[in-house]
Design a protein around this ligand. Sequence first.
Ligand SMILES: O=C(O)CCC(=O)C(=O)O
Ligand SMILES: [Fe+2]
Length: 271
Amino acid sequence: MAIGHGIPSSLLDKLREVAKQFFVLPAEEKRKYSRAANEVEEYGQDRVVSEKQILDWSHRLCLKVFPEDQRRLNFWPENPSDFKDILHEYVVKLKGVMDILFKAMEKALNLVEGSFSSQFGDNSLIKARFNFYPPCSRPDMVLGVKAHSDRSGTTVLLQDDEVGGLQIFKDDKWINVPVIPHALVVNLGDQMQIMSNGIFKSPLHRVLTNTDKLRISVATFNTPKPDKEIGPLGQLIDEKRPRLYINVKNFAAFNYECFQKGKVALEEAKI
Ligand SMILES: O=C(O)CCC(=O)C(=O)O
Ligand SMILES: [Fe+2]
């Protein structure tokens, strides 16, 4: 949980506000931003891959924000009119926070500066995902997001300022993540677990639904460029800590392949 990250509270409030304004628009209006069936970006629900699948109780708007020239601006909401500017301002500031995070993680493990960030490449891929969880009459039956670990390198999450629901799995228990309105939740993803040779963990987490309140969150994922091969840093491999993972390119595709076979990517990447 990061406070003192330097992003003004007023900007975080505005981001949540425009997200809410978009989400409460009529379905017709939101459908303009719907993704194509084979895409994961833009507006929609879980991708349906099987008839037996239980869908998450959420809608999502997923937008590529960096590299800037890869933005698909026609999918960035026109309504509310300040959505685009506020998202841009937020992600520019957040990128700065992400760069500081790399330095802090490198320092924590006594690594040469740039060890992690160079594996991401000069123009790493950053996506913002707006999660909207409508009130749910049967919170005992369905989750807002099923248990998962993030496929990213690093994730920074802006939670709802009032409504909790996020839990992480630690010591065999689900633990509530507290709601601190202007804090950012830093969550490391699978690729950081691999790069750190298992020292940093990519935790399992999930989101509960609730009966009477809408919840909003904005998750921003920083991912190495797909053509970059990532793997455990040489500086973190020695006799006491042998290499735990193979090198992987395009982890998103690797993950999807594993998922199709009913396997877990982090397990498949183990030596
Ligand atoms: O809504 C949240 O608090 C978490 C969402 C999440 O885990 C995700 O988008 O990967
Ligand atoms: Fe997540």
